[in-house]
Design a protein around this ligand. Structure first.
Ligand code: ZN
Length: 408
């Protein structure tokens, strides 16, 4: 608590400094959210609550209206999954064995007919919850600087900018919790919205925007969810190498809004080796890049401001063409499998997997040097190989580990 008060005090001082640059504030936000004192911001923990208090304090300092159910907060309680194939169920606060997460919600009311939702999740993996790719012995804090203190910092930066411009929409700023446990906060919000969801114009999601690389590649997903988006995303861009995808469905909170028939965009600077590991730290982020991304998103918002309510369009599921690989394994992954690893749902003829003797139902748990815990880590592991490379693959076959050599 004292740390928060102290930080608020420092913010006032730096705010008076004439040499102040917006990215400095972005940096302050990331360094606080990703500090060890928040212990990885796992949903339902004291660290998550500290982060929520901090974000609410920032909303308040920026003069945003509270739009939660209790001031800036909207809590949701749920039973943690015991059976991975079960749907999560929300439950009554305070009931036995429930976890309570907190969304933080602020609002700029411009008396406009429609509202733009600008969101980013702030929860992370604590000391290495499910989803962690860390394989060390000792427990370590997963600070989640890129995932997703970066998105929250850019959201706060956008709030500070939009507060001072009279725009054609209202703006709802949301810091979601429960994302790492399955998009729970955003899902809960769309079912228990604190504004009229029918008046939401579109939703922008920033998840992992802190690692802009030398080549300035910025992924913008969801460009197919409204006919106008593709053109605006490109017209507003002057410096990024935009990697666009049509689909409104992806592994982050915009999916919850897309599923509610709302046009969405997700901004993302790409995977890296610190993803979901204790080494995702604040000093590794590209803060100038984050400021550029914030300006770019502001440009998109401004560009869309006189377009009224955007038309929603359903997109085809592109889950089978996610990253670009130089090699293929020749398998069909089971996209619905949520145990540890990548379960093979089908094997293509005459491809490396078949030649290596892999079978339908095998669960890939290791590829080369990389542990495979889910589809994302599988894709990351696969993306490093070149044609002709040989490596080892370990699968779980009916509970027994089988290792085999594979050639791409
Ligand atoms: Zn994550």
């Amino acid at each position: 608590m004292n740390k928060i008060l102290l930080l608020g005090f420092l913010a006032v001082i730096t705010g008076c400094n004439t040499a102040y640059k917006p990215e400095d504030k972005i940096k302050d936000d990331v360094f606080f959210l990703a500090s060890d004192s928040l212990e990885g911001r796992q949903t339902g923990t004291a660290g998550e609550k500290m982060a929520a208090d901090y974000i609410a304090g920032r909303f308040s300092d920026l003069g945003l209206e509270a739009k939660g159910t209790d001031g800036y907060f909207q809590t949701f309680s749920f039973k943690p999954k015991t059976d991975p194939h079960q749907e999560i169920t929300y439950t009554v606060v305070g009931k036995d064995s429930t976890i309570t997460g907190t969304n933080v919600i602020g609002y700029i009311d411009n008396n406009a007919p429609y509202t733009v939702v600008i969101g980013a999740h702030y929860d992370h993996l604590g000391y290495g919850a499910e989803g962690s790719l860390y394989r060390g012995e000792e427990k370590e804090i997963h600070n989640g600087a890129d995932d997703n203190a970066s998105g929250v910092a850019v959201m706060l930066n956008l709030a500070s900018k939009l507060k001072n411009i009279d725009q054609g929409n209202n703006y709802l700023f949301m810091a979601f919790s429960g994302e790492e446990m399955g998009l729970l906060g955003s899902n809960y919000f769309t079912k228990n919205a604190t504004i009229d969801l029918g008046k939401v114009n579109y939703m922008l999601n920033m998840d992992m925007v802190g690692r802009l690389k030398q080549d300035s590649t910025l992924a913008v997903y969801g460009v197919g969810t409204s006919p106008i988006l593709k053109q605006v995303v490109n017209a507003s861009n002057s410096q990024f190498k935009i990697l666009e995808k049509e689909s409104g469905t992806g592994p982050s909170d915009h999916t919850s809004f897309y599923n509610s028939n709302i046009p969405v965009l997700h901004f993302f600077t790409g995977q890296h080796e610190d993803y979901h590991k204790p080494t995702d730290d604040a000093e590794k982020l590209n803060y100038e890049g984050m400021e550029e991304i914030s300006n770019y998103i502001l440009e998109i918002i401004t560009e869309l401001d006189d377009d009224g309510k955007l038309a929603f369009r359903k997109t085809k599921d592109e889950s089978d063409d996610v990253p670009r690989f130089k090699v293929v394994l020749g398998v069909v992954p089971d996209y619905l499998f949520d145990g540890k690893g990548m379960r093979i749902d089908g094997i293509s003829e005459d491809k490396p997997a078949q030649k290596a003797g892999l079978q339908k139902g095998d669960i890939v748990v290791k590829l080369g040097d990389s542990a495979v815990v889910d589809l994302m880590s599988y894709m990351r592991a696969l993306s490093v190989f070149e044609k002709g490379d040989k490596t080892k693959v370990v699968v779980d076959r009916n509970g027994k580990e089988v290792e085999t050599e594979i050639e791409f």
